[in-house]
Design a protein around this ligand. Structure first.
Ligand SMILES: [Zn+2]
Length: 118
């Protein structure tokens, strides 16, 4: 989160901006970052910056796997984990159960900003 805010502030410092309305970030489902935690961290970390008071919009990036064995490419199977109330991704190939490479779902980055210019 700190890196995202730093990237946003760096970008904003290059422009004549009087305020920020909205900040859109992308969070991969594999990062296990909770939305509430992110929103709270954002609120705290932007307190004394131009980002203060802007709306944080969180977009999710689904997990996508690629298998080196059979060439499968697609979403990961999910295991329902009743105890924790959320699903866990299976990081092996759904087709041949071979080792799969995660090609999407680990993002944690800034996508766009809506700003007010002076
Ligand atoms: Zn496979």
């Amino acid at each position: 989160m700190a890196d995202i805010i730093k990237a946003a502030l760096d970008e904003l410092s290059k422009h004549e901006v009087t305020g920020v309305e909205e900040l859109v970030i992308v969070i991969g489902d594999l990062t296990n970052l909770g939305e509430d935690q992110m929103a709270f961290a954002y609120e705290v970390m932007t307190r004394d910056t131009i980002l203060h008071g802007s709306r944080l919009v969180i977009e999710h990036e689904a997990i996508r796997l690629r298998c080196r064995e059979c060439g499968f490419e697609g979403p990961a199977d999910m295991i329902k984990n009743e105890g924790y109330g959320h699903s866990m991704p299976v990081l092996s190939c759904p087709e041949c159960k071979g080792p799969a490479e995660v090609i999407r779902g680990m993002a944690c980055c800034l996508r766009s900003m809506k700003v007010r210019e002076g």
